[in-house]
Design a protein around this ligand. Structure first.
Ligand code: SAH
Length: 360
C-alpha cells in the first residue's frame, strides 16, 4: 500500500522520511508542496533530490477524495459530494462571506449519535474518515476555489460541522487539525478552526490536552429530560457534566467562551420558559449562543420556529446579558444547510448497538 501523504502531519511525515533514510527537513518541504501549493505530482517538487523524486511515486501518493457532485446555491454556497470508497460519499460545504470563507468539513461517513432532528443521523453510521479524507476536503476546496479570489487563500475558516461526530474520531481528526494549524500547511489560527460536538465529554478533554481549537457544543435543550430526547448522547453525558467539561476546556481554549448551538424547533425547545432555563445553564460556563433555525428534510417530524419566535427567544437571552447570534441559513436550496448533509452512506451498523460500543 502506498502511503497517502495528504494524511500525514509534520510529525507523521518526519517519521515517514526517517524510515526512508531521508533527511528530516524533507517533511517540511513536502508539507509546503502538498498543502500550500496543492501539488500532487512528485516530479514537480523541484527542490527534492532527483533520486527521491523518482522513488516517491512507488511508495507514496497524494490522493484526495473524488468529487462526484458539485452544486452551487443561489447565495454562493457550494457543496461537494466526495466519494471516499465504493460504498460511501460525504459532503463538504463552502460558505463565502464578505471577509471570510468558511469550509464545513465532515469527519465520518454517517453518524452514530442519531440526534432527533438531523438527517445525517437518519442514515446510520458506516466508518470514520481517515486524516487524508478529512484534510482532503480542505485541500480540494482551496484547489477548486483558487481562481475565484485574488491571491489570498479562499478558505480562511474551518468548522468541523459536517457529517459525523469529530470527537468520536479524534485519532484521525487531531492530525487533520494539526495540519490546518501548521504554518507550513494551512496556517490557520486556532480561533479560525472550530470543532463542533454533540457533547462527547472524554473527547472534549482529549481535544483540550492535545489540540485545543475553538469549541462549539450542540446544546439544543436546556434540561436533561428534553435533551435526552433530542440529543440521545445526553443520556450518557448529562448537562451538569457537560458544563463542567466545557469549563475545563476553557482553561486551554483559544477563545474565552464556548459557542452553544441551539436549533430552533417549533413548540419543542423554543418557549420563553426554555429561554429562561437556558440562562440558568449559561451561568455555569462563559458562553455565546448561536441559534440555528431548523432546516427541514423529508419526514423529519419537526418544524422551524417562526422568525418572530426566534427573535423573541434571542431577546430574552440578550436581556440577561448573553451574546446571541442567529445563524443565517445558507445553501438550503441545495440541501447544504446545517443538518441537511446526507452524502451517500451505506449503513453497516445496527445503531443502537454501535452507540453502546462507541461509548463503552
Ligand atoms: N456531531 C457534531 C458535528 C455536526 S455539526 C455536532 O453535533 O455538533 C452540525 C450542526 O447542525 C449541529 O449543531 C447540529 O445539531 C445542527 N443540526 C443538525 N440537524 C439540523 C437541522 N435539521 N437544522 C439545523 N441544524 C441542524
Amino acid at each position: 500500500m502506498k502511503e497517502n501523504l495528504l494524511g500525514l502531519d509534520a510529525a507523521g511525515l518526519g517519521r515517514f522520511f526517517e524510515a526512508q533514510d531521508e533527511k528530516p527537513f524533507r517533511a517540511r518541504q513536502v508539507l509546503r508542496w502538498v498543502h500550500q501549493r496543492r501539488e500532487a505530482d512528485f516530479e514537480r517538487m523541484t527542490d527534492l533530490a532527483r533520486a527521491l523524486r523518482e522513488k516517491l511515486p512507488s511508495i507514496a501518493c497524494v490522493e484526495a477524495p473524488r468529487i462526484v457532485g458539485d452544486t452551487a446555491a443561489a447565495d454562493g454556497t457550494r457543496k461537494w459530494l466526495l466519494k471516499v470508497d465504493r460504498a460511501n460519499a460525504v459532503e463538504a460545504v463552502f460558505i463565502p462571506e464578505t471577509r471570510r470563507g468558511t469550509l464545513c468539513v465532515s469527519s465520518q461517513a454517517g453518524c452514530v449519535l442519531d440526534c432527533a432532528f438531523c438527517s445525517t443521523g437518519k442514515q446510520g453510521f458506516n466508518r470514520n474518515l481517515t486524516t487524508a479524507e478529512i484534510v482532503g476536503q480542505l485541500w480540494l476546496a482551496n484547489r477548486l476555489l483558487k481562481e475565484d479570489t485574488y491571491g489570498a487563500r479562499p478558505v480562511t475558516n474551518v468548522v468541523m460541522m459536517g457529517m459525523g461526530e469529530p470527537l468520536l474520531n479524534l485519532d484521525n481528526v487531531i492530525p487533520a487539525l494539526r495540519l490546518m494549524l501548521d504554518d507550513d500547511a494551512y496556517g490557520l489560527s486556532r480561533r479560525r478552526v472550530t470543532v463542533s460536538t454533540a457533547g462527547v465529554i472524554p473527547g472534549i478533554d482529549r481535544l483540550r490536552d492535545e489540540c485545543p481549537v475553538a469549541l462549539a457544543v450542540s446544546l439544543h435543550a436546556p434540561n436533561d429530560a428534553l435533551r435526552d430526547r433530542l440529543v440521545p448522547v445526553n443520556r450518557k453525558y448529562p448537562l451538569a457534566e457537560l458544563a463542567a467539561a466545557c469549563k475545563r476546556y476553557l482553561d486551554k481554549a483559544p477563545r474565552d467562551f464556548i459557542t452553544f448551538e441551539y436549533v430552533m424547533l417549533e413548540d419543542v425547545n423554543d418557549s420563553d420558559a426554555h429561554a429562561r432555563e437556558l440562562i440558568a445553564f449559561a451561568a455555569k460556563v462563559r458562553s455565546k449562543f448561536n441559534l440555528i433555525p431548523f432546516n427541514p428534510f423529508p419526514n423529519s417530524g419537526f418544524k422551524r420556529s417562526s422568525p418572530e419566535r426566534i427573535r423573541r427567544f434571542a431577546e430574552i437571552l440578550q436581556r440577561a446579558g448573553l451574546t446571541v447570534t442567529t445563524r443565517k441559513t445558507r445553501g438550503d436550496d441545495i440541501a447544504a444547510a446545517c443538518g441537511q448533509l446526507a452524502g451517500d452512506v451505506a449503513d453497516r451498523t445496527r445503531r443502537s448497538l454501535s452507540i453502546k460500543e462507541v461509548h463503552a
